[in-house]
Design a protein around this ligand. Structure first.
Ligand code: BDR
Ligand code: CA
Length: 305
């Protein structure tokens, strides 16, 4: 089974991805979760990750990732995800503790298990970039990288930049140029996977569980803020990575070479596809089978506490 380190910044869609990772555990082995800054500061995303790990009986260690980007000033997405980064659900007191530093954990685990570990990143790319720069053995030891980030169909922070890349463009450039095989889920595909009133109704009609109430409370907030700021229902960005691990046939891909614009003032953090390049290390998802995605979501939902 593919062994996964999941790096996230919960975050409403990150939280759905974590839940799907638990509910679809028959398809891959989640080894650890790292909470990085992103949708909110690291202190808040770590609290949210620990709360989710407890609620989901995740049963894997939760590590602390980076607190800030490599070079640029930190930006967070409080307008979308709220003051605590996961507004909506109220969690009981958390008994779980952070297991330590996520960067040293990832370096040790990947280097000591060459070819075994897949690093899934659904927040800013900082943790991956730090690992890649910290030890030259890290890149060749990875099995592959799966990321949510980037866009060639317009941005969601600026007119061309997607949030996870915009939050640390220099780190994203290091990752895309690492030579490691990368599977990319950018806005081009994640915006196809939207929540809808029909899906919410189906969840409301499903059996009562602790996770069901967390999901409905968090989606109530996420829908409200997305309708206010994006003028639409929210997209299930980060869960695409987990759905792909469970069923790769959900998505269609092109092969490309992704570069990040680091120089332009207007397009800082935009990703560009160099399709003419001879270094096409990125499988970029371009099309999603929406029905298959939601079938997997409901399959996961049934298994959650
Ligand atoms: C990405 O930005 C974050 O707000 C989401 O969690 C997702 O990872 C989408 O651009
Ligand atoms: Ca995220």
């Amino acid at each position: 089974m593919e062994r996964i380190i999941f790096d996230c910044d919960p975050g409403h869609d990150d939280a759905v991805a974590l839940a799907m990772a638990k509910g679809l555990s028959e398809y891959f082995k989640l080894e650890a979760v790292i909470a990085t800054y992103g949708n909110q500061i690291r202190e808040k995303t770590l609290t949210n990750t620990l709360n989710l790990a407890q609620a989901l009986n995740l049963d894997v260690p939760v590590y602390a990732g980076s607190v800030a980007p490599l070079i640029r000033e930190r930006v967070v997405a409080g307008n979308i995800h709220g003051e605590n980064g996961l507004a909506g659900p109220v969690f009981p007191e958390c008994r779980l503790k952070c297991a330590g530093n996520g960067i040293t954990y990832a370096l040790d685990t990947v280097i000591n298990n060459p070819g075994e570990i897949t690093f899934v990143s659904v927040g800013p790319f900082t943790d991956l970039a730090v690992c890649l720069k910290a030890d030259p053995r890290f890149a060749p030891s990875l099995k592959r990288i799966i990321v949510m980030g980037g866009s060639t169909c317009g941005g969601n922070v600026t007119s061309t930049a997607e949030f996870n890349v915009y939050a640390d463009p220099e780190a994203a450039q290091i990752v895309f140029n690492s030579g490691v095989e990368i599977v990319q889920f950018g806005l081009d595909v994640t915006l196809q996977v939207m929540l809808s009133e029909e899906i919410l109704e189906k969840v409301r009609a499903s059996k009562e569980t602790n996770y069901k109430s967390i999901f409905l409370a968090s989606m109530e907030y996420y829908v409200k803020s997305c309708k206010e700021f994006i003028h639409d229902y929210p997209a299930m960005h980060d869960p695409c990575t987990i759905a792909y691990l469970a069923d790769p046939t959900i998505f269609k891909f092109i092969e490309t070479d992704v570069e990040v614009d680091l120089k332009s003032t207007l397009h800082y953090g935009a990703t560009v596809d160099l399709r003419e390049s001879i270094n096409k290390n990125v499988k970029k998802a371009i099309k999603a089978d929406i029905k298959k995605f939601w079938d997997l979501f409901f399959k996961a939902l049934e298994k959650l506490p």
